[in-house]
Design a protein around this ligand. Structure first.
Ligand code: FES
Length: 150
């Protein structure tokens, strides 16, 4: 078989290098602005693209980082956001598919969380990509009612 000069056998790989940046790189780089709604407060915050986090706790760009740093919602976080407890447990009701995969350590901790569901995550470890708005429910037992009344 004869290939004309200049034709490459793997055009899709060539496009990755020389063409327009594919969407999945945008996904990886978290270039999009999106919203997180926290329930039951029904507070929605716009999350800008940031590689440096939001001044909260946990992994940069995590739900806990956004909750404390941007939304000013206090979610319990006994271990300081290092996946060593389960007090920051939340349920990602919408948009879970756009979040990073949980690590084995996170899954082990979630096994100890009360009311663990298929949509449960440790908010200090769960990082949304920004592909879609997400909705997070903070379980009753996890809310610091004293601080919320202040
Ligand atoms: Fe301890 Fe998230 S704060 S696991």
């Amino acid at each position: 078989m004869h290939f004309p000069r200049g034709i490459v056998l793997f055009p899709s790989k060539r496009r990755l290098v020389r063409g327009k940046k594919p969407d999945y790189l945008d996904f990886v780089n978290n270039k999009k602005t999106f919203k997180i709604t926290f329930k039951p407060q029904n507070k929605t915050v716009e999350v800008p693209n940031s590689s440096s986090g939001f001044g909260g706790v946990g992994e940069k760009g995590s739900i806990l980082d956004v909750a404390i740093g941007l939304a000013k919602i206090d979610i319990e976080h006994s271990c300081g956001g290092v996946a060593a407890c389960s007090t920051c447990h939340v349920v990602v009701e919408e948009g879970l598919e756009t979040c990073n995969e949980p690590s084995d350590q996170e899954l082990d901790q979630l096994d100890n969380a009360p009311d663990n569901t298929l949509k449960s995550r440790l908010s200090c470890q769960c990082i949304p990509s920004g592909e879609k708005d997400i909705v997070v429910r903070i379980p009753d037992w996890n809310r610091n009612l004293v601080k919320e009344k202040v």
